[in-house]
Design a protein around this ligand. Structure first.
Ligand code: AKB
Length: 319
C-alpha cells in the first residue's frame, strides 16, 4: 500500500482546541504555512494567529463524520490530539472509552483508508507501578492503572500493528506533563500549571499532590518543537514508532521553591486527592535516549527558565 510522505504536508488536527493545540497551531503556522493546517474539535477557540484556521465541528467517535471530514480535506497527516486526560477519564469511564479508545481506533483506521500518515500523542500514564520509576526506558512491561493509560497502550499497540502489517506511517511520543500558560483540563500533572495562576492571583495554592511527588514534565515550547521535529524525520530514520520524550523532573515542593524566587510572600499547602494514586504509579523520570539518538531530540527549558516565562505570560493574561 502506498502512503504519502510527511514531506507533502497538509495537517488535519483533531482535538485542536485543547492545551496543546493552543500553542501547536501558531507554531505550525510559522513552520509549515497557514494553508497547511485545518483544525477540528467539539468547541472552537481563537488562536494567537492573524488568520484563524479553517475549523470543523467534529466528534471523533462519529466514524462517518470523521471519515467524511478526512476525505474532504485530503490531508497528508492526521494529528489526533482528542483525548480525555487521566483524572477526567477516571470520572467518566464510558466517555473515556468512546473518546480515547474508539476515537483513536477511528483515527488509525481512517488514516489507513485515506493513505495518510498519523501522529497520536502518548503519555507517561502508559507505565504502571511495576517498572523502574527512575529513568524508565521505552520498552518495559506496560501495566497502567488508569483508563487513560490503558487506552493509550491500546493505541500504541494498534498503531504499531498497522505500521508493521500495512506500512502505516504511525508515530507517537510519550509526553510528560505539559506546562504552558493555557490551562489544561482534567490531568494529574495540571497542578504544575494551576500553581502559577493561583500564586499570581491569590498568593496561595493548595496542591492536590504531595510535596515530594516527582513527575516528568516539559515546557510546551519544547514539546511542540520536539513534536514537529519528529514529524519531519523521514520514516526510515526511525528505529521505532513510539518514543519516550523527556525534559525535566520535579516535585511540587521544588516547583514552589522556584516560583517563590520570583513571586514573594506566597504560601502552599498539600492536600493529596485521588490524583495522588495516579501520580504514584507513573515514572519519576524517563529514559529518552532512543529519541535523542534517532532524531536528535534535545530539550531547552529548565525549571528556572520555564518559570520566568510562565510568570511573564500568565501575568499578562491576568492583567
Ligand atoms: C495527565 O496528567 O493526565 C496528562 C498526562 C500525564 O498525560 N498530563
Amino acid at each position: 500500500m502506498l502512503f504519502r510522505k510527511f514531506s507533502t504536508k497538509k495537517f488535519l488536527i483533531t482535538g485542536a482546541s485543547g492545551q496543546i493545540g493552543q500553542k501547536l497551531i501558531p507554531y505550525m503556522y510559522k513552520r509549515y504555512g497557514e494553508n497547511s493546517i485545518v483544525v477540528s474539535d467539539l468547541r472552537q477557540v481563537t488562536y494567537q494567529v492573524d488568520t484563524q484556521p479553517s475549523f470543523t465541528h467534529l466528534d471523533v467517535t462519529d466514524k462517518k463524520a470523521f471519515s467524511d471530514y478526512v476525505r474532504q480535506e485530503n490531508p497528508s497527516t492526521i494529528l489526533h490530539l482528542s483525548a480525555l486526560l487521566s483524572a477526567t477519564a477516571e470520572k467518566f469511564l464510558d466517555k473515556a472509552f468512546s473518546v480515547n479508545v474508539v476515537g483513536a481506533m477511528n483515527a488509525l483506521e481512517i488514516a489507513m483508508e485515506n493513505k495518510c500518515s498519523i501522529y497520536i500523542p502518548s503519555t507517561i500514564a502508559v507505565f504502571g507501578p511495576n517498572v523502574p520509576r527512575l529513568n524508565t526506558p521505552d520498552d518495559v512491561v506496560l501495566q497502567p492503572t488508569t483508563v487513560y493509560g490503558i487506552a493509550k497502550v491500546y493505541m500504541e499497540l494498534m498503531g504499531n500493528y498497522y505500521h508493521k502489517k500495512f506500512g502505516l506511517d504511525f508515530r507517537s511520543l510519550r509526553y510528560p506533563g505539559a506546562i504552558s500558560s493555557d490551562p489544561p483540563g482534567g490531568g494529574t500533572t495540571d497542578y504544575a500549571v494551576e500553581i502559577y495562576f493561583e500564586l499570581l492571583k491569590h498568593k496561595k495554592y493548595e496542591c492536590f499532590l504531595s510535596k515530594n511527588t516527582m513527575l516528568p514534565m516539559m515546557y510546551m515550547d519544547d514539546l511542540i518543537r520536539g513534536t514537529c521535529d519528529f514529524l519531519d524525520i523521514p520514516s526510515d530514520k526511525l528505529s521505532r514508532r513510539v518514543y519516550n520524550l523527556a525534559a525535566i523532573s520535579f516535585t511540587p515542593g521544588e516547583l514552589y521553591r522556584t516560583i517563590s524566587k520570583y513571586i514573594p510572600d506566597t504560601s502552599i499547602t498539600y492536600k493529596p486527592d485521588l490524583r495522588q494514586n495516579y501520580a504514584d504509579s507513573w515514572p519519576m523520570s524517563l529514559d529518552d535516549s532512543c529519541a535523542r539518538r534517532d532524531w536528535g531530540w534535545r530539550h531547552s527549558y529548565d525549571i528556572d527558565q520555564m518559570t520566568k516565562i510562565m510568570i511573564e505570560l500568565i501575568s499578562k493574561k491576568l492583567n
